[in-house]
Design a protein around this ligand. Sequence first.
Ligand code: S3P
Length: 433
Amino acid sequence: MERAELTKAGSLKGEITPPPDKSISHRAVMLASIAEGKSIVRNFLRAEDPMSTMNAFRSMGIEIEKKAGNELIINGKGLHGLKEPFEVINCGNSGTTVRLISGILSGNPFFSVLTGDDSLKQRPMARVINPLKEMGAGISARNGDKYLPMAIKGRRLKAIDYKMPVASAQVKSCLILAGLYADGTTTITELQKSRDHTERMLKSMGADIEIDSLVIKVKGCSGKKELNPIDVTVPSDFSSAAFFIAAALIIPNSEISIKNVGINPTRTGLLDVLKKMGADIEIENIRDVSGEPVADIHCKTAGNLKAVKISGDIMPSLIDEFPILCVLATQAEGVTEIRGAEELRVKESDRIKAMASELKKIGVELEEYPDGISIKGKASMKGDIVESYHDHRIAMSLAIAALAAQGTTTINNSSCVDISFPEFFEELKKLTR
Ligand code: S3P
């Protein structure tokens, strides 16, 4: 579906289990591939991004068997069991695939080339290339080692002590993975706390990894020790759940239950912001699933959401929720200001620019800043033709805005939702009255 048409919704009712977590699906395939022995990944996300990761490891000789019910059996070949890929590895639209794999490939003694789609080829790669080079990796990339395609000649790495200049789970994870192949202990200091799925999973596999707030220490296990295989069940993705949380809050007379959602605190900054905005959201049935906290989320229409100001350390924990937070802000009383969000300029699209220009088209008053946006609520929105910028989260956020706008909204290039949530429009329709 290249174009989606949505009209104003009466209410949202019912229950939904969002698709499996994208970040955890990527990591499960990567870590199982470099573990020694057979791993089981249950509830793997069958969407384009994690498929890019799966295809990459298949091209390096890893056997991955697909079973019913989104289960994967992965025959890991150990830290040094990957084969040189015959072809260029195409990471598609996936920043997580390319940035995390570059850490693994840097420690493997063969040649590989990584590339991606037009969006990924414009996203910054120096943030992983520079520290990997410091560790001794042989890497060259386009335009002065800044952009894909990137060529890697892996070798034995040395541990470094690295203070990250950007808050990024992808960079952190890349260096943790490279650290597994280094002589000595690699120390990484985060700028702000970002998602910690890599650390949790590696710990469960027996890796020598220590976390002390912003400092992560990982001991190289090359030649000494292998990672144990895993049996993980992936929870639903909080970032996919966020669209439904927002819809239930801003569409009158709504009440929905969102099942089996990962609520890792490094991912749920949106819930803290929503609390401040006055939303009453219940988190029920909290449990542990494969080392990650999981719960059901119950939410209903919030009559009078209040505007908020956010910036600083909370940003990484809601980084992917910026577009949907912009939509929520349109329906909150007052001016919401989001600052310190410059990373949003280098996501799958420039998400600040994308949300600013498309929300303006449907009647929202706002101001764009280099590092964020301010949005005036409550806006009375009117449907129009809007662009997804081929960015899954922009398309889904605009779809929720469309449910609150008068008339019909057409979203161009809407099939990009396949990156993380292929059934998004069908699921939304099921809940909409
Ligand atoms: C991700 C980390 C975040 C996030 C992306 C997925 C991950 O990117 O925006 O969608 O799986 O590690 P950065 O780490 O670059 O902020």
